[in-house]
Design a protein around this ligand. Structure first.
Ligand code: NAI
Length: 258
């Protein structure tokens, strides 16, 4: 059995991932705002540091895999702190404990939204590791209403996928023998999307932006099982990828762009 740290374990994709891993006999240390082994706020630096420290303690020093699912889709500045820094900083804190494993792995949840329009300036601030600058840009976007504010979400996921791509081949990750990847879901039926999917107008908006010709909206389990494979011992060479697990949304939107 392996020891997994899962963020966002109290709901949606993270909860499905935690449940399946426990059913398969693995140890799961969940991190979430509430209802987790470790209750922590990943939107702030101390929360990330404390959560990592507690996770390493609970794991007894060695962690086999980290799966980062926690995230929000609100058109607000704070989205950069949770979706980008709440993932990248936590992974960096957990890296020493991963190196102790015989088969360490990490995976994060990006989004189809990473392919949508972004604020290039905001993506750059995140990749520069400048959370204060990213938050300031996020505030400006937020003040211009939800349509512009949503750029914060797409930007956070674009930056996250790019961070994964860059880091995956670095001395820290590839050099330590750790496959690092992202999964980008289409529209998953979870508490995050419940409100939008409950009205015909909301559904139309979502389906126009994210067409899913294969099997339509997906269950969180469809993402969980891919995250679990990417972080299993079976994955030895998939690195730096953002895998679109999305009912054909990426193929529909990007077509021949390959
Ligand atoms: P969810 O809302 O069901 O679960 C997210 C979890 O993250 C919640 O338990 C929440 O408490 C936790 N969380 C939020 N802020 C936190 C913080 N500051 N500190 C610690 N934990 C925090 O959402 P869902 O759908 O499971 O989303 C999981 C991931 O999948 C997110 O990163 C989201 O952006 C991504 N995603 C979801 C899609 C969907 O259609 N549901 C589509 C594409 C990506």
């Amino acid at each position: 059995t392996r020891t997994y740290v899962i963020t966002g374990s109290a709901s949606g994709i993270g909860a499905a991932t935690a449940r399946i891993l426990r059913e398969r006999g693995h140890q799961v240390i969940g991190i979430d705002l509430h209802d987790a082994e470790i209750d922590a706020d990943l939107s702030v630096a101390e929360g990330r540091r404390d959560a990592a420290q507690k996770a390493i303690e609970l794991a007894g020093g060695t962690i086999d895999a980290v799966i980062a699912c926690a995230g929000i889709s609100a058109p607000i500045a704070k989205t950069v702190s949770i979706n980008y820094f709440g993932v990248t900083e936590l992974l960096e804190h957990l890296l020493p404990a991963l190196r102790g494993s015989a088969a360490p792995r990490a995976a994060v949840v990006s989004s189809m939204a990473s392919l949508q329009p972004v604020s290039a300036e905001l993506v750059q601030a995140m990749l520069d590791g400048d959370e204060a600058a990213a938050l300031a840009i996020g505030e400006t976007l937020e003040q211009q209403g939800p349509r512009v504010g949503f750029l914060t979400y797409s930007s956070s996921k674009r930056a996250l996928s790019r961070w994964v791509r860059r880091q995956s081949i670095s001395e820290d990750w590839a050099g330590s023998g750790i496959p690092l990847n992202a999964v980008a879901p289409g529209t998953v039926v979870t508490p995050m999307t419940k409100g939008l999917l409950s009205t015909p107008q909301g559904r139309k908006m979502v389906d126009d932006a994210v067409p899913m010709p294969l099997n339509g909206h997906q269950d969180p389990e469809s993402i969980a099982t891919l995250l679990i494979w990417l972080t299993s011992e079976e994955n030895t060479h998939v690195a730096g990828q953002t895998i679109y697990d999305d009912g054909g949304a990426d193929a529909s939107l990007r077509g021949d762009d390959i």
